[in-house]
Design a protein around this ligand. Structure first.
Ligand SMILES: [Fe+2]
Length: 512
């Protein structure tokens, strides 16, 4: 208590009485004195372009309790250097960490060189942040030989440790894609590996504290400081299995809209997103395009915000009429049109779709009955048919679907007609397992084995935790399924469980 009051007073004194800059929160603190470092959540970067990248930090001296900062904006200095010791500074500037945005900072750096590493850090008062490393994308039209990246998803804090991220930080990558479930919204529970602070998330302050708790993990901070990220959310950044403005418990939409607005705002605050993603109420523009030289067109999708409600309940069901309804949509009309336009116009060798949920049909009922999870593309069959038909007829070059959500590893063939494995393969799907969600796991459970044997499109499945590492070259995409043996105890080693390749011009993954 004393610390916080001392901080407030020292900040006010440092600012003095003469400044005139006005923010909603009051006058800008230019050189506050902090009782402890405010850079408790580390740094991160994301949404790279050929000439720039977003740099992020947040000031929070009491991160699990609203941040502990005064209701005043604070001046933050930033620097970008060409070397890891920050001795060759190439750009610097000032930003404002506003209390309206949880004292987060998003610097949209520009004027950088394409396709190279940079290092960055922030300064507030006398405190300096850790140094982060980031990388710009290649120039448009540049012939690029290689892109190394990883996909991650589903990092439930309570059920496991982020050992996979510790290993990922040691990989040689250009980029990480996070495909959703960055946080989970449930109240703290007993008898798990770790415990969420607080109850089920509903308010902006709740969501802020949860992001702060997740970023309190040093392995997560380390991987952010090492690579730029492209992020998209799934459901748990707001509420389990929500669809558009419908939550899973029948809350009136106008009530759920308030919760979604709080959640989206906290998501923007804590992610390295550009100004184009600043939320407006319960809306946030998350689907967005990237170009990686001539090698790859990367389209990050949002299958949550615009979808119609799940048909016949959210769970594993027999296919009902609602799942076949042509009016049901997973992307919404505008995003679907945007996606197809972007694929049509793409000149890149490969087209990567970074999105949340698996597209391949997956009958989850062992035996003759067919049951599907209505929360996946299986519940939105018209949307899926349009996309697969688009792949088959418009033939965008080498479409690759990336997904998370289901907490296991899968490699799937996507057929022109999803229900008919005799129709041509039009794309390959790589589903990455969770970082922690579902706990330790095993190579494959008996029930998973039964499901795999009934689904012809499945090339590989595994039920351990980890991430997928990719190496994309003009002629070949290679994937390495990296798994840790356990997440309930520290220091699990990592290994490559399986590797697959897709050859340019030949959809369908083969064992490497
Ligand atoms: Fe998840």
């Amino acid at each position: 208590m004393l610390d916080r009051r001392a901080f407030l007073l020292s900040g006010l004194t440092a600012y003095g009485a003469s400044a005139r800059a006005l923010f909603a929160g009051g006058a800008v603190l230019q050189s506050p004195k902090f009782p402890t470092s405010p850079f408790t959540l580390g740094v991160c970067s994301g949404d790279p372009a050929p000439d720039g990248v977003v740099l992020w930090t947040r000031l929070a001296i009491d991160p699990l309790n609203g941040g502990g900062m005064p209701r005043q904006p604070v001046e933050v200095l930033w620097e970008i250097a060409a070397d890891d010791r920050m001795s060759k500074v190439v750009q610097s500037g000032k930003a404002i960490a506003s209390p309206d945005w949880g004292h987060t900072v998003h610097v949209e750096a520009s004027g950088l060189q394409p396709h190279r590493w940079y290092w960055y850090r922030f300064r507030a008062g006398n405190e300096v942040s850790p140094i982060g490393r980031t990388r710009t994308f290649p120039a448009p039209g540049a012939a690029v030989e290689r892109l190394r990246f990883a996909i991650a998803s589903c990092q439930h804090f309570e059920v496991g440790l982020y050992t996979a991220y510790r290993h990922m930080a040691d990989e040689d990558l250009d980029l990480v894609m996070h495909l959703g479930d960055y946080i989970y919204e449930n109240a703290g529970r007993e008898n798990f590996v770790r415990k969420h602070v607080g109850g089920e998330l509903t308010t902006l302050n709740d969501y802020r504290n949860r992001y702060a708790q997740y970023r309190s993990d040093p392995a997560l901070r380390a991987v952010h400081a090492q690579f730029p990220f492209l992020v998209v959310w799934d459901d748990h950044e707001v509420d389990n299995n929500y669809a558009g403005l419908y939550d899973e418990s029948g809350t009136p939409v106008e009530q759920f809209a308030l919760r979604r607005a709080a959640a989206y705002r906290a998501y923007f605050e804590h992610m390295p997103l550009r100004r184009s993603s600043i939320p407006s109420g319960a809306m946030l523009q998350l689907y967005r395009p990237f170009t990686y030289g001539t090698l790859a067109n990367i389209l990050m999708l949002d299958t949550r915000q615009y979808r119609t409600d799940q048909p016949c309940g959210d769970n594993v069901q027999l296919i009902c009429d609602g799942a076949r309804d042509a009016r049901a949509t997973l992307l919404g009309d505008a995003q679907e049109k945007w996606l197809m336009d972007r694929l049509d116009r793409s000149r890149a060798g490969w087209n990567l779709l970074g999105q949340q949920i698996p597209i391949a049909p997956l009958d989850r009922a062992p035996g003759p009955e067919h049951r599907y999870s209505m929360d996946k593309w299986d519940g939105y069959q018209a949307s899926r048919s349009r996309l697969l038909k688009f792949f088959g007829t418009r033939k965008p070059s080498n479409p690759i679907v990336l997904a998370g959500d289901v907490h296991n590893n899968w490699v799937n063939d996507l057929h022109l007609n999803a229900d008919d494995p005799k129709t041509p393969v039009v794309a390959s799907e790589f589903v990455g397992t969770s970082i922690t969600s579902a706990g330790d796991g095993s190579d494959m459970s008996p029930s998973m084995k039964a499901v795999v044997s009934e689904n012809e499109c499945v090339r590989f499945a595994n039920d351990q935790r980890g991430y997928v590492r990719f190496e994309l070259k003009p002629k070949e995409l290679r994937s390495d399924y990296r798994v840790v043996e356990y997440v309930s105890r520290p220091d699990a080693p990592i290994k490559t469980r399986a590797s697959f390749v897709v050859e340019e011009g030949h959809p369908g993954a083969k064992p490497a």
